[in-house]
Design a protein around this ligand. Structure first.
Ligand SMILES: Nc1nc2c(ncn2[C@@H]2O[C@H](COP(=O)(O)OP(=O)(O)O)[C@@H](O)[C@H]2O)c(=O)[nH]1
Ligand SMILES: [Mg+2]
Length: 203
């Protein structure tokens, strides 16, 4: 929680601003870096490196052959959802060999967006599994790449076996579209927290 004090004597009351950490996860090349960059109101921190010949045998480029760079540590950005709520976004590296960083990155996170590309839905299974195991609330953001076959929301939810998880169609290049995904995530996090509180009060 961050408190922003108004000027002494100001009629405006002190504002209580909640800063929340959210993750943006998903497979290699699904648009995580793009989403954090398009939605962030500060210049996003990126840790992109050129893909090298050396990584050719290690990282699968199947379905994302045009990709020339990759996130090696994290993406970082910030978005103000309302005067009282600021989200700090941490984009995860997508390649399997950077999995060791996920535990550290997820510390203190209240929720996550798992980005999915319906042409390669299987690439988001590890992220779904990771958040389910740790009880971190998440939503699925379906990044609608041009030319990708469009599935409806229920088909994606069924394919990923994530009953009760919001699925939101988006375009990672468009700020407003990404903001809607983050609002859906925030609402989902709040809903689950209220439900938890109610069930612990009644037991
Ligand atoms: N056509 C299209 N391209 C996208 C979209 N989102 C990302 N891209 C492109 O897909 C590539 C991979 O995106 P990137 O954000 O680096 O993926 P990451 O590995 O998940 O961080 C980049 O060349 C993006 O410009 C999208 O919604 N539509
Ligand atoms: Mg990236």
């Amino acid at each position: 929680m961050v408190y922003v004090s108004s000027e002494p004597g100001s009629p405006v009351p002190d504002l209580q601003v909640t800063a929340v950490k959210m993750l943006v996860a998903g497979g290699f090349g699904v648009g995580k870096t793009t989403l954090v960059g398009s939605v962030s109101e500060i210049p996003p921190l990126r840790t992109e490196e050129l893909l090298t010949e050396l990584s050719r045998d290690v990282d699968s480029l199947a379905g994302v052959e045009a990709k020339t760079t990759t996130t090696v540590a994290l993406d970082f950005g910030r978005i103000t959802i309302s005067p009282q709520l600021v989200l700090y976004l941490f984009g995860t590296p997508g390649q399997d060999r950077f999995w060791f960083m996920w535990n550290e990155l997820s510390a203190g996170a209240l929720g996550a967006v798992v980005l999915a590309d319906t042409r390669r839905l299987d690439t988001c299974f590890p992220a779904v599994d990771f958040f389910e195991r740790r009880g971190i609330p998440f939503v699925i953001g379906v990044n609608c790449f041009d030319g990708s076959q469009q599935y409806d929301i229920d088909e994606v939810r069924e394919a990923l076996d994530v009953e009760g998880v919001p699925v939101v169609l988006c375009d990672a290049r468009l700020r407003e579209s990404c903001k809607q995904v983050l609002i859906a995530l925030t609402e989902h996090v709040i809903k689950l927290a209220v439900r938890r509180q109610q069930s612990s009060a009644s037991s």
